[in-house]
Design a protein around this ligand. Structure first.
Ligand code: HEC
Ligand code: HEC
Length: 282
């Protein structure tokens, strides 16, 4: 190894040698001083078992740095860190917020293809762990999203009841109507109340209209859920219904679907994943 060809190594070597020489010199000086120096000056009047104390004034540099640390401490407490509310977490939150604002404005007018692409991405990260990559619910671990959000699912909701979200009206009881009436009211709901605006059983719409009172008691005449008292089924069959589910969370047989309203998804991401999930519902 050729030490002396490298400037940095050479400098470090000279520095190390200098430190050793200076240390030896300084230590030697103080050792000699301790051996030879005599103490002097005026003694304080207190003395402890013969050990006294000189009346030396506080060194000015020491006193200044002592006062300096007090001033700095006050500044740090009041204006620097805790009380000025600066924190790394706060700075992180600010950054996330400004990024999200940029994100929202970039995607303020997303077209269908953008929503589907973004929605699939969000779904794979946030939803697939429970609903499965294809949304099939992984053998009943969570809702099978292909069998959800359509007319058959409304019929099954009426027959089997719905629960799991914290709506003020509580659960929707099972067996409100028999299969035949349920099929008719589902036809009416899909055609007239929900945003789907179509039904597979258009012949039953008028029969269903007469039965709608059973449902409007909790969902309101317009199906909007009476200001949050129960689910807003006027959105059944579009992305907004999924967005509402994300806001409420849902308890299921295997556990809870969290509420996604803690800011981990932006509004346009919720709309996107709603659009994607809705496309899974056959
Ligand atoms: C921790 C697991 C979990 C995660 C993550 C999760 N879900 Fe769910 N989801 C559930 C459970 C449990 C249910 C309740 C229904 C059931 O038991 O099948 C459910 C139900 C649903 C329903 C049906 C709601 C209804 O009213 O019937 C939709 C739609 C849904 N989830 C969409 C999503 C979307 C979109 C995401 C991602 C943003 C997501 N879920 C993430 C577990 C989860
Ligand atoms: C006793 C009040 C009540 C009545 C009556 C009622 N519902 Fe509901 N319904 C609810 C509540 C509450 C929810 C939300 C439950 C939850 O998600 O926890 C709901 C949810 C739903 C859903 C959403 C299902 C899903 O997958 O999230 C549909 C669709 C629905 N109701 C349709 C109907 C129809 C059609 C009728 C008439 C036959 C009806 N409801 C009668 C209270 C009611």
């Amino acid at each position: 190894m050729n030490w002396l060809n490298d400037n940095v190594n050479l400098l470090a070597l000279i520095g190390a040698a200098a430190i050793i020489i200076i240390s030896v010199f300084v230590i030697g000086k103080y050792l000699r001083q301790m051996q030879n120096d005599k103490s002097g000056g005026e003694l304080a009047k207190d003395n402890w078992d013969g050990i006294g104390e000189y009346k030396n004034p506080l060194p000015i540099g020491w006193a200044l740095s002592f006062i300096g640390t007090i001033v700095w401490g006050l500044w740090y407490f009041l204006a620097g860190y805790p009380l000025s509310a600066y924190s790394q977490i706060g700075e992180y939150n600010e950054e996330v917020k400004s990024y999200n604002t940029k994100f929202e404005s970039k995607f303020s007018n997303p077209d269908q293809a953008t929503l589907m692409g973004m929605g699939e991405g969000v779904f794979l990260v946030q939803c697939a762990p429970c609903h499965g990559v294809t949304g099939d619910g992984m053998n009943g671990k969570a809702a099978n999203l292909a069998k959800w959000g359509n007319e058959e699912a409304v019929i099954s909701a009426i027959l089997n009841g719905v629960k799991g979200s914290d709506y003020p009206l509580g659960e929707m009881p099972a067996g409100l109507l028999d299969k035949e009436s349920a099929t008719a009211v589902a036809a009416f709901m899909m055609q007239e109340v929900s945003s789907a605006k179509k039904t597979k059983n258009s012949a039953l719409v008028e029969t269903g209209r007469a039965l709608w009172a059973t449902c409007s008691a909790c969902h309101g005449e317009d199906g909007k859920g009476m200001d949050g008292q129960s689910a807003n089924i006027s959105h059944y069959g579009d992305a907004q219904f999924v967005v509402n589910v994300l806001g409420m969370g849902k308890k299921g047989a295997i556990g809870n679907m969290p509420k996604f309203n803690d800011g981990r998804l932006t509004n346009v991401q919720k709309l996107a994943v709603g659009t994607y999930v809705h496309s899974l519902a056959k």
